[in-house]
Design a protein around this ligand. Structure first.
Ligand SMILES: N[C@@H](CCC(=O)N[C@@H](CS(=O)(=O)O)C(=O)NCC(=O)O)C(=O)O
Length: 214
């Protein structure tokens, strides 16, 4: 019996977990869903009705991507996806906070845009996009300070997973945004990660939602 990961084809949050499981050599069945559709099983496993959800052999459900990664790191520490130094470990988690927050802002803005035009709040949408632009600026600063292919030290960490998961999704969700020309070093760092084996096999793709959400 192998674990099941409930995922969605565009999900940046789920992509972090997919890459972490693959890097740690943990076999799992991928169950791709649209969590917005009535047909989803996500609410049966997560009271917050969000994917990703990792379902273990005994049907225990682990959810919230940053917690799933923390759980995996604690239970299956090798190969490590966090650096050995405590300050570097905390920095890697801070990078994940910024990337997850940018994803959250994009999701909020996306659904605001699904409302009838007269019901959309321009200030609310502008506030979400400020978070994305501020986050991109911060990622670029951090990436400019890196020494090599990875953000922290000489190995892959959850910081790299979080940044690639956001940028890979952002590149398909908002392809006309100028970040790749504004921040060429950030683009080059991201392109380098996308060439890695478990990034190639987890590339995001759009999904079609059937049911009304807002
Ligand atoms: N903080 C959560 C966010 C997860 C999330 O928002 N997932 C979306 C799907 S996706 O945006 O990742 O594709 C979801 O299930 N949304 C359903 C809902 O919010 O009810 C995490 O990090 O796991």
């Amino acid at each position: 019996m192998v674990w099941t990961l409930i995922s969605a084809s565009p999900s940046p949050y789920a992509r972090k977990v997919r890459i972490a499981l693959a890097e740690k050599g943990i076999p799992f069945e991928l169950r791709t869903e649209v969590p917005w559709d009535q047909t989803t099983v996500t609410p049966q496993y997560n009271p917050l009705e969000k994917l990703p959800v990792l379902i273990l052999d005994d049907k225990t459900a682990i959810y919230e991507s940053h917690y799933i990664l923390e759980w995996l790191e604690a239970k299956y520490p090798k190969p490590a996806l966090l650096p050995p130094d405590i300050d570097d470990r905390l920095f890697a988690k801070k990078v994940e906070v910024v990337c997850d927050g940018m994803c959250d802002a994009m999701v909020i803005a996306f659904f605001e845009r699904m409302r009838e035009p007269e019901k959309q709040s321009e200030p609310w949408k502008a506030r979400q996009m400020r978070k994305v632009d501020g986050g991109l600026r911060q990622l670029n600063t951090w990436v400019d300070e890196r020494q090599g292919q990875y953000l922290i030290g000489d190995r892959l960490t959850i910081a790299d997973l979080a940044i690639a998961a956001f940028l890979g999704w952002f590149a398909i969700r908002w392809s006309e945004h100028p970040w790749q020309s504004t921040y060429p070093n950030l683009r080059q760092y991201w392109e380098g990660l996308e060439e890695l084996e478990h990034f190639k096999t987890t590339r995001p793709s759009p999904q079609t939602m059937k049911d009304q959400v807002v």
